[in-house]
Design a protein around this ligand. Structure first.
Ligand code: C5P
Length: 215
């Protein structure tokens, strides 16, 4: 495909599930940019780094590789570790550091330069790929998003409560929407889809129909 698709939105709106299916169906490559910020967060926790300059240095030296569905940092498979609660609760603090965003944005733009990419995140349509041919912003009610995340984590065997998940999502959304550099906002030219009462397949079909019309 000679174009890119940007999918943004808050936590738990269904972005990654939908983006993966769209990429599969359209024979495109799925890139999860949240995984990159999570990888840097994991590295900083594992190395006991709390100083911003130390974290920036770690990020500069980190070799992040997104290989199909697996994520590697400096050669180590961190796919499962980057989803843990500690990383989830710290990631927005790392993601607001301007130097980290500049580094990640450059990598993401490099990955997408030859097109054929479905990229999901918070600032893809606004900052990373402002020229993406298709931009979607997925959202859903807080309760629904918390419920989805809760069920997903319980399925993975993690010990969490719905109240805690809801609190974490509120906090993360707030930080992502209020940071100084590339906060989570709806790109002017994005199609907004409220997924609250929709199934995954309904959302996928809505996106595919929209793209078909644009071809
Ligand atoms: O998508 P996911 O929930 O895994 O993203 C984790 C965090 O990474 C977000 O809450 C946000 O702080 C950060 N992020 C970001 N910009 C992106 C993707 C993710 O700031 N493009």
């Amino acid at each position: 495909m000679n174009f890119n698709i940007a999918i943004d939105g808050p936590a738990g709106a269904g972005k990654s599930t939908v983006a993966k299916i769209i990429a599969d169906k359209m024979n495109m490559t799925y890139i999860d940019t949240g995984a990159m910020y999570r990888a840097i967060t994991l590295l900083s926790i594992q190395n006991g780094k709390t100083d911003v300059n130390d974290i920036i240095e770690l990020a500069k030296q980190a070799k992040i590789c997104i290989n199909g569905k697996r994520v590697y940092v400096n050669g180590k498979d961190v796919t499962d570790d980057i989803r843990n609660i500690e990383v989830t609760n710290h990631v927005s603090k790392i993601a607001k550091i301007p130097e980290i965003r500049i580094l990640m944005t450059k990598i993401q733009q490099q990955i997408a330069k030859n097109k054929g990419i479905v990229m999901d995140g918070r600032d893809i349509g606004t900052t990373v790929l402002p020229d993406a041919k298709y931009k979607f912003y997925l959202t859903a009610d807080l309760k629904e998003r918390a419920d989805r995340r809760y069920k997903e984590l319980i399925r993975e065997g993690r010990k969490v409560t719905l109240q805690q998940i809801e609190k974490d999502i509120i906090q993360r959304d707030y930080q992502d929407k209020h940071r100084a550099v590339s906060p989570l906002t709806v790109a002017k030219d994005a199609v907004v889809i409220d997924t609250t009462a929709k199934t995954i397949i309904e959302v996928v079909n809505e996106i595919l129909d929209y793209i078909k019309k644009g071809e």
